[in-house]
Design a protein around this ligand. Structure first.
Ligand SMILES: Nc1ncnc2c1ncn2[C@@H]1O[C@H](COP(=O)(O)OP(=O)(O)OP(=O)(O)O)[C@@H](O)[C@H]1O
Ligand SMILES: O=C(O)c1ccc[n+]([C@@H]2O[C@H](COP(=O)([O-])O)[C@@H](O)[C@H]2O)c1
Length: 211
């Protein structure tokens, strides 16, 4: 059965930490493809930047050239209203039949998951692949996920057991201590080494992240 990773993010900007975990997810889960999906309206975040959704999409387009397993979808940028992952996954379910779908996310996102729109339905409709990030760990797992996670981790990764969804996998690979908000804050000071050169060039060309 084909396996596809869906990697949603604000990507403001996409950085080496994203690329590192996307490749690690693809290796460890043997994904055929990782689809980067920039959020159109990341309603859950306080926007602190001058970039548009189209510019974030353009930056992700630079990144996907780095690995033949990578591609990008503009479905969340095009969809109106707040970007809810349950809607994104429903779209991909229509296109990818006979495919195991994995939603890729960092530990910081997992800990916030009970705040996501219809998160329980989401957990049934897609599998979650979780990357370690910073000091945050499973000891901080919200009560709402404490029953679900051990069961989801115990599910067999290869044998389909009826409907796809409800599995979880913790990434073994380490993470890079890089974040978009730190990159934006440091950009005017000339610290550009946490993003690929093509992304750095685009940021300068578009005059992004200048205070
Ligand atoms: N360095 C990293 N290591 C592991 N996971 C990461 C890393 N950076 C981002 N992620 C994960 O990638 C997804 C998209 O991240 P996002 O685009 O919000 O970047 P970010 O660096 O977290 O941004 P910001 O610093 O603005 O909050 C999230 O699930 C996040 O947890
Ligand atoms: O569905 C939701 O309610 C929801 C709430 C918070 C985040 N998300 C998605 O999670 C992904 C990562 O978010 P972020 O904040 O790390 O950019 C991105 O695709 C968001 O659209 C989704």
């Amino acid at each position: 059965m084909k396996r596809v990773g869906l990697f949603g993010g604000t990507f403001d900007p996409p950085h080496n930490g994203h690329i590192h975990i996307a490749q690690a997810f693809a290796d460890e889960l043997k994904l055929d493809n990782v689809i980067f999906i920039p959020a159109g309206d990341p309603y859950h975040k306080l926007r602190q930047s001058n970039s548009t959704a189209e510019q974030r999409l353009c930056m992700v387009e630079q990144v996907i050239a780095m690995d033949k397993r990578f591609s990008v979808s503009d479905c969340d940028v095009r969809r109106k209203g707040p970007t809810y992952t349950i809607d994104t996954v429903s779209l991909f379910r229509q296109v990818f039949t006979q495919t195991q779908l994995w939603w890729l996310l960092g530990m910081d996102s997992l800990l916030q998951l009970p705040k996501w729109y219809r998160y329980q339905a989401l957990l049934q409709s897609v599998n979650l692949a979780i990357a370690q990030r910073g000091e945050q760990g499973l000891t901080e797992l919200p009560n709402d996920l404490q029953g679900w996670l051990p069961e989801a981790l115990a599910k067999n990764l290869t044998t389909p057991d009826g409907a796809d969804g409800g599995r979880a996998k913790l990434l073994q690979a380490s993470f890079l201590p890089v974040s978009s908000h730190e990159i934006r804050a440091e950009w005017s000071k000339g610290k550009h080494d946490d993003v690929p050169a093509a992304v750095a060039q685009y940021i300068d060309q578009e005059n992004l992240y200048r205070a």
